[in-house]
Design a binder for this molecule. Sequence first.
Ligand SMILES: CC(C)(COP(=O)(O)OP(=O)(O)OC[C@H]1O[C@@H](n2cnc3c(N)ncnc32)[C@H](O)[C@@H]1OP(=O)(O)O)[C@@H](O)C(=O)NCCC(=O)NCCS
Length: 145
Amino acid sequence: MGMGAVEVKIKSDCSGVDWKAVSDTLRDVGMAYHEPDVHRKAFENSHTALFAYQGDRLIGFGRAISDGAYQAAVYDVAVIPEFQKQGIGTVILGHIRARLPRCNIILYAAPGKGGFYEKLGFRRMKTGMALFQNAAAMRQKGFTE
Ligand SMILES: CC(C)(COP(=O)(O)OP(=O)(O)OC[C@H]1O[C@@H](n2cnc3c(N)ncnc32)[C@H](O)[C@@H]1OP(=O)(O)O)[C@@H](O)C(=O)NCCC(=O)NCCS
């Protein structure tokens, strides 16, 4: 799957995932990242966790927490820089959506990333409220007023 010459396999199995690569990728693309084991816990405890591979190489991922009935929230969608803009993010989001039928899906985009989600039909929320652990940093990064 994917577009152009990139042959991408999507897996939903958390076993065997290189969690350091997850942490490094999130850091490299400028998103919040944690120790590898913290990501393992987050992905394993999610309703849906998806990983995009080219061969053995992890090139993107994403996850959603959900009640499995009507509400879901998407987190940690990232594609490594050299594979961006080739449709892989769209494929990951499509697989996440397919696993959340009848669910509302919310997320907060990293500053500058909203355009990607708008192209997929998401709209900016007007009443979003957040109680962030790192409130001052999130405000400084432009996530909150
Ligand atoms: C955002 C991200 C998940 C998208 O994954 P991707 O595989 O690159 O996205 P796709 O190739 O599926 O793009 C789908 C569409 O969204 C657009 N798009 C992708 N990233 C975008 C962005 N940051 N802003 C606006 N549009 C974007 C693409 O141009 C494409 O449009 P098209 O269909 O008209 O060509 C990925 O680029 C990523 O991890 N980025 C790192 C974080 C980041 O970009 N931060 C913002 C800049 S500071």
